[in-house]
Design a protein around this ligand. Structure first.
Ligand SMILES: C[S@@+](CC[C@H](N)C(=O)[O-])C[C@H]1O[C@@H](n2cnc3c(N)ncnc32)[C@H](O)[C@@H]1O
Length: 247
């Protein structure tokens, strides 16, 4: 069992169900509006963050890339466009999110290259050393057991290959911090409610970002699960970070 406070942050505090069940049900509920709200709430900046994260992979041809918490497959599709791995597999606990991902993949004629499967980061349904690259965008914060998830990703990577993680972090600028807090605490849940009908999901976004062990705390956990050469790169005044580590 994991011991981190953030593992206990759940979307619906008054409802039953494990964190995994609640997170899956929350993403199923907002899947239809997820891509639109991502672009809208980040003013499109998330696309640049995604590009920068994928650019961390060396330009050598990758055989098989794993996209954990793939959601609607934005990262998988962008990785195909930018670095063209031979094969990309996405896993997620939300069928609802992947349903939209599969529509996008099919529309681009990439169903032979990008495959999405139901799968949990804490029990990845693949053999040891199966992938020569892995990525998680805005997913680790939602894992019910962060350490177990990272250890599982380590297990399925081939020695020498890299895990790239994109995740929200807290801005460090003293003038920007209050503006950002206000935006996350009040504006995001309100816009989320208007467009997705689910205020709890976007309130959970703020709470899970605050509780997440970011920066050095995350790097320590990252190393504890076996990864080496771990590093953090802050983006956009620190509101997002790229973490990477090697097996
Ligand atoms: C904020 S979305 C990110 C989706 C996508 N990676 C992106 O960049 O847009 C988080 C996703 O993580 C998935 N997720 C949460 N916990 C997971 C777990 N333990 N294993 C696999 N996926 C998980 C959710 O179902 C959801 O689709």
């Amino acid at each position: 069992m994991s011991q981190y406070a953030h593992d206990k942050i759940i979307p619906y505090s008054k409802a039953d169900g494990s964190k995994k069940e609640q997170v899956a049900s929350m993403f199923n509920a907002i899947a239809k509006r997820y891509d639109f709200l991502n672009r809208f709430l980040s003013l499109g900046i998330d696309q640049g963050w995604r590009k920068k994260a994928i650019a961390q992979f060396e330009q050598k041809k990758m055989q098989h890339l794993l996209d954990i918490a793939t959601g609607t497959a934005d990262m998988a599709l962008m990785a195909h466009r930018l670095i063209e791995p031979t094969k990309i597999t996405g896993i997620d606990i939300s069928e609802g999110m992947m349903e939209y991902g599969r529509i996008k993949i099919k529309a681009k004629g990439l169903a032979d290259i990008i495959d999405l499967q139901l799968g949990d980061s804490t029990a990845i349904p693949f053999k040891d050393n199966s992938f020569d690259g892995a990525m998680v965008a805005f997913g680790v914060r939602n894992f019910a057991d962060l350490e177990k998830g990272l250890s599982e990703i380590y297990r399925v990577l081939t020695p020498g290959s890299k895990l790239v993680i994109l995740e929200f972090s807290q801005p460090t600028s003293f003038w920007f911090n209050p503006i950002y807090s206000l935006y996350m605490k009040w504006i995001t849940p309100t816009i989320g409610k208007i467009f997705s009908g689910n205020k709890a999901a976007y309130a959970y976004l703020n709470e899970s970002v605050i509780a997440f062990p970011e920066g050095q705390a995350f790097l320590t956990i990252f190393e504890k699960t076996g990864f080496t050469q771990v590093s953090q790169k802050k983006l956009s005044l620190g509101i997002c970070s790229i973490y990477q580590g090697s097996k």
